[in-house]
Design a protein around this ligand. Structure first.
Ligand code: ATP
Ligand code: MG
Length: 453
């Protein structure tokens, strides 16, 4: 079936051009020259994606976006913004656009962004069907974000929450692994039972076994009475084994036994106790690598990895940064009973451009500091240091910094232009060449007002 796209653009030549490109790429295209006409078309046709210009006479693409989000929330939506109007892009993403495209754009860039909106549209459609299947429209508690990669996460959570399948949640620090675990529990039929979270990296080895599996009176010095372990206390509920990569070899074998047989034995006892527990584990470590290095049991890894869920890094879902920012401003302002002050466009630009090594947690912390101290600089401090790890001179053998200093901005401008030159003006390739996300690259081009024809 053909994909249907509505192009909304008031300028005749532009509109024709965009329609021609899309039609030539196999899309079914309709076009409108104003918001009112677009709304009429949307009411009477079934579209997959709307591609709208920002400026449309009296009204704007944002008005159309608002209409769409209220009336046909699944529809994919892309806004084209004028060159150098980054605050428009931010606003569009905040209001729920799937992507934006700074003008002038190339054919390939148009197609990439349409493809992204289409994916988002399809996932929203599937998620809606899934929620309907589950009978009730449950919010995935706490998880904010609508990027396609997050939609996939919601979908997985939706599919497996009602089952007892063991889930392994992977992802960098601060990506929301614990929130996802709670969402799994809250959407399951164990929701009214206990959710017991255990940080495997934080229990002392000497007491770990008794702590987790319990102990009989007299099992060790000081055990004056029998003790119920964390597993037993989670019976009928969910146990969340956080930082599973830190589990000691002896506890790894205990856990393996539990996963195989659903039984535990208290320390100092021979009796097996049968338990009914759903296990969710999480780690920021590369577990297959830990297995390869002999630090993690392979058989345990397979037992845990029944359903893997990968939480995307924040830098992989740049379109969610503005929404998350506003979410945390509201949240922390409420927490401290202070004013939810809007950020300046310059500040948003820095947030979008940053590589977020600490992911959502870092964003939340920075905004908390901003709300407390009422100072944007607290929010953007040290954001310019865009290196992961500490680069040393062997990474850049041919690059020597001049002894008497140099103009960084001029240098950055030079690198950006060179990258474009090397790649015949192809911005997608130039961004790859610099190892930058495409959007981050565009921001920099805009910042330095670089264009390439
Ligand atoms: N998608 C999201 N929407 C809203 N808040 C989020 C989201 N992801 C994470 N957070 C918030 O960010 C913080 C970190 O999340 P969480 O503790 O779940 O991360 P984590 O992956 O378990 O991190 P770590 O590996 O460091 O333990 C929490 O305050 C959480 O509420
Ligand atoms: Mg965690």
């Amino acid at each position: 079936m053909k994909v249907n796209i509505l192009v909304v653009e008031d300028e005749h030549d532009q509109r024709e051009l965009i329609c021609d490109i899309l039609t030539a790429s196999g899309f079914q295209v309709m076009s409108a020259d104003c918001v009112e006409q677009a709304i009429l078309y949307i009411k009477s046709n079934k579209f997959d994606v709307v591609f709208s210009d920002w400026k449309l006479g009296e009204l704007s693409g944002l008005d159309l976006l608002n209409y769409v989000r209220r009336n046909q929330a699944e529809l994919g939506f892309v806004i084209a913004t004028a060159y150098g109007t980054i605050n428009h892009a931010v606003e569009a993403l905040q209001q729920g656009a799937d992507d934006y495209l700074p003008k002038p754009f190339k054919r390939q860039e148009l197609l990439i962004t349409i493809d992204k909106a289409l994916k988002a549209n399809q996932l929203r459609g599937q998620n809606k069907a899934l929620s309907a299947q589950l009978g009730e429209q449950k919010q995935l508690v706490g998880l904010v974000g609508k990027a396609p990669c997050m939609q996939k996460v919601y979908q997985r959570i939706g599919k497996v929450s009602a089952t007892n399948a063991t889930v392994l949640i992977l992802g960098e620090s601060g990506t929301g692994k614990e929130l996802a675990a709670r969402a799994l529990h809250d959407n399951s039929n164990r929701a009214h039972e206990k959710f017991v979270a255990i940080n495997c990296g934080a229990i002392a080895e000497s007491i770990a076994e008794a702590e987790l599996f319990g102990a009989e009176k007299g099992a060790y010095t000081g055990a004056n009475s029998s003790k119920i372990g964390r597993f037993e206390s989670a019976n009928h509920g969910t146990i969340f084994l956080d930082e599973i990569g830190e589990l000691s070899p002896s506890l790894q074998s205990h856990l393996l036994r539990f996963l195989q047989e659903s039984t535990i034995t208290r320390l100092g006892s021979n009796d097996e106790i049968k338990l009914d527990i759903r296990v969710i584990a999480a780690t920021h470590r590369d577990l297959p690598e830990e297995v390869a290095q002999g630090r993690f049991r392979e058989d345990l890894f397979y037992r845990l990895n029944v359903v893997p869920i990968k939480m995307p890094a924040l830098r992989e879902r740049q379109e969610d940064i503005a929404i998350l920012t506003d979410h945390f401003i509201q949240l922390h302002a409420k927490q401290y009973q202070s004013e939810a002050k809007k950020l300046t466009p310059e500040c948003y630009r820095l947030l979008l451009d940053y590589h977020w090594p600490g992911n959502v947690r870092e964003l939340s912390n920075r905004i908390e500091r901003y709300i407390l101290l009422d100072d944007e600089e607290e929010l953007t401090q040290n954001m310019e240091m865009n290196f992961t790890g500490s680069p040393n001179s062997t990474d850049f053998p041919r690059f020597k910094m001049p002894a008497d200093g140099f103009n960084w901005e001029q240098f950055e401008r030079y690198c950006l232009s060179q990258a474009l030159e090397f790649n015949q003006g192809n911005r997608t390739k130039a961004a790859k060449y610099l190892n930058l996300p495409y959007k981050a690259f565009l921001y920099r081009l805009e910042k330095f007002k670089i264009s390439h024809s």
